[in-house]
Design a protein around this ligand. Structure first.
Ligand code: SAM
Ligand code: SF4
Ligand code: SF4
Length: 339
């Protein structure tokens, strides 16, 4: 029997689970679910293919005793999964000390923030790629205005889903001019703005290296106006490099997944909406958890399955990409596996 001390082949422990609760989304961000592919004929999963909330909670329950400290609910857009706050409440029951977070595009937070907090969600990460409506609408491709995301952020503040992190994916020629305005807007507001290098997830976003704006360039653009200094990570597995404004107006994070990969400290598993477990964001293949859950596996059998998989894990795609370039096909889509 494997246990919480199980390390993978690169010496990494398991601490962190991301759960995608739907492969659907009300946005069509070009870098994630381009409209040309995810159109009205796209074969999204049907309701009965998805794991139920009971099944998800059962899986978390089985892993909770083995070093699982953090669960993030994601998607697709998690807030379009009906009654997702019921799942939050069920996960909260698995452990009062579990760090329970959600990544969302924020569009439905004005309606949902209160019930999420009431159900026991600790905090949210909200994605926002620009404060300029024209840029943001081009990126979300459903004409969704910035103002409504800001309303979502306000709702999260009011209901203390804190600390709030804001994710901004930066794509060359699309929103690099939004870097400084975003930094200036969130400076002093107590939220942590995190800049994410555009990644080659999935096989549909036609990623090219020259569309990546490096974390270094992002930092330089902000540093030129607002001096920053490096600060220590909150935990060894934190993916963002933290920098704080020298004038005390808060901090930013830089997620250099492409130019400075962090596979060496990657302690995550991802559970897809239909119940497959992935050991890497760039994996081609998942492992069937739904079959185990529906086939009557015990908690111990579930944990044994996961940790024997973990013991065989040797993923380090981003590091390999740095050495030999991107692999171009068969990777699972981010909206499916959960970003
Ligand atoms: N719909 C939710 C949202 O947008 O926050 C949750 C799912 S989304 C897949 C999770 C995160 O992945 C978002 O912050 C999004 O911006 C980021 N993301 C999606 N595609 C990406 C890409 N190609 N490169 C970098 N980040 C990406
Ligand atoms: Fe939807 Fe989030 Fe992907 Fe945008 S990044 S398409 S909001 S899942
Ligand atoms: Fe983790 Fe895979 Fe990303 Fe490396 S490429 S940090 S192993 S998810």
């Amino acid at each position: 029997m494997k246990n919480k001390r199980t390390l993978d082949k690169l010496g990494r422990p398991f601490t962190d689970l991301r759960i995608s609760v739907t492969d659907r989304c009300n946005f069509r961000c070009q870098y994630c679910m381009p409209r040309e592919i995810f159109g009205k004929d796209y074969p999204f999963l049907s309701r009965d293919e998805l794991l139920t909330f009971e099944e998800i909670a059962r899986f978390v329950h089985a892993l909770a005793p083995y070093g699982l400290g953090k669960v993030r609910i994601t998607g697709g857009e998690p807030l379009i999964r009906k009654d997702v706050e019921e799942l939050v409440a069920m996960l909260r029951e698995q452990g009062p000390g579990l760090d329970l977070a959600m990544t969302t595009n924020g569009s439905l937070l004005p309606q949902k923030a209160a019930s999420l907090k009431g159900a026991g969600l600790d905090r949210v990460t909200i994605s926002l790629d620009s404060l300029d409506d024209e840029v943001f609408m081009t990126m979300n491709d459903v004409d969704f205005p910035v103002e409504k995301i800001l309303d979502g952020i306000t709702a999260a503040e009011e209901h203390e889903l804190l600390p709030i992190k804001i994710n901004m994916v930066v794509k060359r020629g699309v929103n690099e001019e939004s870097i400084l305005p975003m930094a200036e807007y969130f400076r002093g507001r107590g939220h942590i703005l995190r800049f994410i290098e555009y990644m080659d997830v999935g096989s549909t976003n036609a990623w090219k290296m020259d569309e990546v704006v490096s974390a270094r360039e992002i930092l330089e653009r902000i540093q030129a106006v607002h001096p920053l200094e490096r600060i220590d990570p909150n935990s060894p597995s934190e993916v963002a490099k933290r920098w704080r404004y020298r004038d005390g107006k808060g901090e930013i994070g830089l997620i250099a997944s492409v130019t400075d990969p962090f596979c060496g400290s990657c302690t995550r598993l991802r559970l897809s909406a239909p119940g497959e477990l992935y050991t890497c964001l760039f994996a081609h293949q998942g492992f069937d958890i739904k079959g185990l859950l529906r086939g009557g596996a015990s908690d111990q059998e579930l944990a044994d399955f996961v940790f024997s998989l973990w013991a065989r894990r040797d993923d380090n795609y981003s590091q390999k990409r740095s050495q030999s370039g991107p692999s171009d096909d068969g990777k699972v889509e981010m909206s499916y596996i959960g970003g």
